[in-house]
Ligand binder design. Structure first.
Ligand SMILES: Nc1ncnc2c1ncn2[C@@H]1O[C@H](COP(=O)(O)OP(=O)(O)OP(=O)(O)O)[C@@H](O)[C@H]1O
Ligand SMILES: [Mg+2]
Length: 247
């Protein structure tokens, strides 16, 4: 089981769009895949048209002796299961309280699924918090979509510092560029500089309207724009990530 968290300190950088497509592509490859929408915004659940069946919310999921199996639902695609978001703010607060007591709670929660799933994807909310720390400890890969702008470099460096401060293995952190616009000099220059860091996958996701249209279709790219360039970019990037992770 490989746990991949789509994470960025910054909001609106393409974590959800990427998580939705990677999970779909992993399942399509034949891997048993679990997608956990851990962000109370519930955007991944929106794209997958999945509503939590588990009353009592995410709070119950993180309690001692919790059985997260009860919260797992089959998604509309073969090999893909989903834990939809708990959109109640109250239970999110309770979860944060629960996670404060142990920074490894999420890790132990997912451990029983070691044999059941090949890949687990976590769609994370932005920001540093006890949740983020739990996510970093639980994940094999902290996968960060990065828009090639000056502010993104700053948050990228801040995240590296956070890893060091919390003694989290920095080799877990891997990145890819998203919403890239190569007509912009700044994007080109920043990509060139950051590629030298060796933390970035070669393939990147350009700024493409098909990705935005996922919100209208409420399905992954492959399902409505398979022959389009955005779907191709995600396939190529997923292939590279998969090879990097499974090597
Ligand atoms: N490659 C892209 N090209 C164009 N638009 C994109 C691309 N990736 C994402 N978007 C759009 O940008 C917006 C933010 O994307 P998304 O919701 O995936 O980001 P996020 O990092 O998950 O945000 P949040 O921090 O709020 O969870 C969405 O409207 C999405 O459709
Ligand atoms: Mg999101």
């Amino acid at each position: 089981m490989v746990i991949i968290a789509l994470y960025n300190l910054k909001g609106g950088v393409g974590k959800t769009a990427s998580c939705v497509n990677f999970a779909y592509l992993a399942a399509k490859d034949g891997y048993k895949t679990l997608l956990w929408d851990i962000d109370p915004q519930g955007s991944t659940s929106f794209y997958y048209q999945a509503k939590a069946k588990y009353k009592g919310g995410i709070k119950k999921l993180v309690e001692k002796d919790a059985d997260i199996e009860e919260a797992i639902m089959a998604a509309n695609y073969e090999n893909l299961d989903i834990i939809p978001a708990d959109v109640s703010v109250k239970s999110f607060d309770v979860m944060m309280e629960e996670l404060k007591s142990s920074k490894k709670r999420l890790k132990s929660l997912l451990q029983p699924f070691n044999k059941a799933y090949d890949f687990v994807f976590l769609d994370c909310p932005p920001g540093f918090s006890v949740l983020a720390e739990n996510i970093f400890n639980a994940s094999d890969i902290v996968l960060m979509p990065v828009i090639p702008t000056t502010l993104s470099i700053r948050t990228y460096e801040m995240t590296k510092d956070y890893f060091k401060e919390k003694s989290i293995d920095l080799s877990k952190m891997m990145c890819f560029f998203t919403m890239a616009d190569l007509r912009k000099n700044m994007h080109n220059e920043i990509m060139e500089t950051l590629y030298k860091d060796k933390k970035f996958f070669e393939n990147y996701i350009p700024y493409l309207s098909d990705v935005e249209k996922m919100g209208v279709h409420r399905v992954p790219l492959e399902e409505f724009a398979k022959s389009g360039y955005a779907a191709k970019c995600y396939r190529d990037l997923w292939q590279e990530i998969k090879e990097g992770v499974l090597e």
